[in-house]
Design a protein around this ligand. Structure first.
Ligand code: GRF
Length: 208
């Protein structure tokens, strides 16, 4: 059983997609053992509660220094002893020490086709605003391993989504979630849980 901890900051629709896929058994060999949020009002925590999943808020605001938060945060995650950490709309920078300790064991969902519209400052609605500003016709989402850079880790899965006439950032964000994020994030977890993913030279190989 792959023990998964999901880190969230907001509504948690990606968390919901993972929960639904575990229930529907499209993700197998996986147990969600905890949900950690930096925001106590995140609806994602409510979702965890509804399914009897352990939930916890740990916020940088409650600590005097970033180091103190990072230490407490790492301790909290280590206490759960996860095999995989899933960033599902988590807006806090992951401490360097956590990245080292969990090499190729942290995955993130990003709402663009990396390397387009990613890196510092590209999060949430901003990504979709920039895509519409540039006038691209195809957008999408990416699941990748987390390394020390911003959105630079090995790419696991990507899915393209069409831009349509008249799209607003909000409409486009929703379509990218529905057609890409909620599909490829559970799929990546399923592949990892079933030993189908290998990382060599920063490249992901998926076994058939
Ligand atoms: C998603 O668009 C995800 O790609 C981004 O943050 C959003 C999270 O939404 N990183 P939700 O909390 O899963 O509903």
């Amino acid at each position: 059983m792959l023990k998964v901890v999901v880190l969230v900051s907001g509504g948690g629709t990606n968390l919901q997609a993972i929960i639904d896929a575990v229930e529907a058994k499209t993700i197998t060999n996986t147990e969600i053992i905890g949900v950690i949020s930096n925001n106590k009002n995140a609806y994602a925590l409510e979702r965890a509660k509804q399914y009897g999943i352990f939930g916890k808020c740990i916020s940088p605001k409650e600590y005097d220094t970033r180091e103190a938060f990072n230490d407490a945060f790492l301790e909290e995650v280590n206490g759960l002893n996860p095999d995989l950490i899933v960033l599902a709309g988590f807006l806090v920078v992951i401490p360097e020490q956590m990245i080292k300790q969990y090499e190729n064991k942290i995955i993130n969902i990003h709402p663009s086709l990396i390397p387009a519209f990613c890196g510092k400052g590209y999060y949430g609605l901003k990504v979709h605003e920039k895509a519409l500003e540039r006038g691209v016709k195809v957008v999408g989402a990416t699941v990748h391993f987390v390394d020390e850079g911003t959105d630079t880790g090995p790419i696991i899965l990507q899915k393209a989504v069409s831009v349509q006439q008249g799209d607003t950032p909000e409409i486009l964000q929703r379509r990218v979630m529905e057609e890409a994020e909620w599909k490829i994030l559970p799929e990546a977890i399923h592949l990892i849980a079933n030993g189908k993913i290998k990382v060599e030279n920063r490249q992901v190989q998926i076994e058939g």
